[in-house]
Design a protein around this ligand. Structure first.
Ligand SMILES: NC(=O)c1ccc[n+]([C@@H]2O[C@H](COP(=O)([O-])OP(=O)(O)OC[C@H]3O[C@@H](n4cnc5c(N)ncnc54)[C@H](O)[C@@H]3O)[C@@H](O)[C@H]2O)c1
Length: 315
């Protein structure tokens, strides 16, 4: 198949491209390289790989990609992934998360492309702390611009599915970690401890607890569930089996893997890391497990493996 991966130079998108190419597909990657092209440098020059350095909120540029390439499926992973940065400047989420969705859907409509995978997020649920979240949980009230832009994207996708007879698979990711990571607690703690191995500042009170999925487990699920697209829209909450990991436990794992001792944890206090953060959530993942996919790592194992990966990569 000929596949467009929007946001393919990013952390998750680049792993997805590696797998799509390994499956024998041709991939067009479109990305404006917010964090550079390190993740796709190994793909340049390959026959079945093409790259566009492009602003995906720009309708004319998106249309041009569809004119120049015969695309069968669009994997849409372009978004602002730095939630704290978006919290300071809402136009980032509006442009990178919502307007990219609009431009891709419009491009697909004009080019008569019917199949899309969309990377959504637990942030669309907002703050539902003691609810086991299923794909049909209602009353969604996102508490970050990022979550708002993703929920608006889902709504827009739903309308295109109905109006243009599209087939779309939506995954609502939890925290995703693994090789090539660039954000989040695991990444921050390693960076901070490399600078000062005696002390670690931890945002919030450390009890924030979320599931962390290993990126290669996630990519396996995406590939498996998009081998065939059924007519209409199908949503999956995707996560790990078992408990999430607390922020304090992430810090303990990082300290252990870096072979440090007597590190002083300094908590900034409060029940969350920043405004727009959700301190904890829990997914019901029976729908995705019923497909036969099963994650290989628990949340704690994913954290530990990610730290090992980062050390191996020289971080
Ligand atoms: N990483 C996570 O924990 C997580 C959790 C939930 C959902 N997601 C979603 O998964 C997707 C991938 O996340 P990631 O962690 O790989 O993020 P990432 O930032 O590493 O990758 C996103 C890519 O999109 C590109 N991009 C953003 N706006 C663009 C624009 N306007 N035009 C062109 N390119 C643009 C960036 O340059 C970047 O390469 C995103 O949609 C994100 O919202 C990620």
């Amino acid at each position: 198949m000929n596949i467009l991966v929007a946001g393919g130079a990013g952390f998750i998108g680049s792993h997805l491209i590696d797998s799509l190419l390994a499956e024998g597909n041709s991939v067009v990657c479109a990305d404006k390289l917010i964090m550079g092209d390190e993740n796709i440098q190994h793909l340049y020059g390959r026959d079945n790989f093409k790259f566009y350095n492009v602003e995906l909120a720009d309708q004319n540029k998106v249309d041009q990609i569809f004119i120049e390439n015969k695309i069968d499926v669009v994997y849409h992973l372009a978004a602002n992934s730095d939630i704290q940065k978006g919290g300071k400047e809402p136009s980032i989420d509006f442009n990178d998360t919502l307007l990219t969705t609009r431009a891709l859907l419009e491009g697909m409509r004009k080019a008569n492309i019917k199949k899309m995978f969309f990377a959504s997020t637990s942030a669309i649920y907002g703050e539902m702390l003691d609810v086991e979240l299923t794909e049909t949980t209602g009353g969604l009230m996102p508490v970050s611009y990022y979550g708002g832009a993703k929920l608006a994207s889902e709504a827009l996708i739903s309308s295109y599915v109905s109006m243009c007879d599209m087939s779309v698979v939506i995954f609502r990711f939890p925290n995703v970690i693994g090789p090539r990571l660039t954000h989040g607690a695991v990444f921050d703690f390693i960076r901070k401890l490399r600078n000062n191995p005696a002390e670690l500042e931890i945002l919030g009170n450390g009890t924030q607890c979320k599931p962390y999925i290993y990126v290669l487990d996630l990519v396996e699920a995406i590939i498996k569930l998009t081998r065939e697209f059924n007519q209409g829209e199908i949503v999956y909450n995707i996560s790990v089996i078992g408990e999430g990991t607390t922020v304090t436990h992430i810090a303990e794992i990082v300290v252990e893997e870096l072979s440090l001792q007597n590190v002083n944890f300094n908590y900034t206090g409060g029940d969350r890391g920043w405004k727009g953060d959700v301190p904890r959530f829990s997914y019901d993942i029976s729908k995705v497990l019923a497909t036969g996919w099963k994650p290989k790592h628990t949340s704690d194992e994913a954290v530990r493996q990610t730290v090992k990966d980062a050390i191996a990569a020289g971080m």
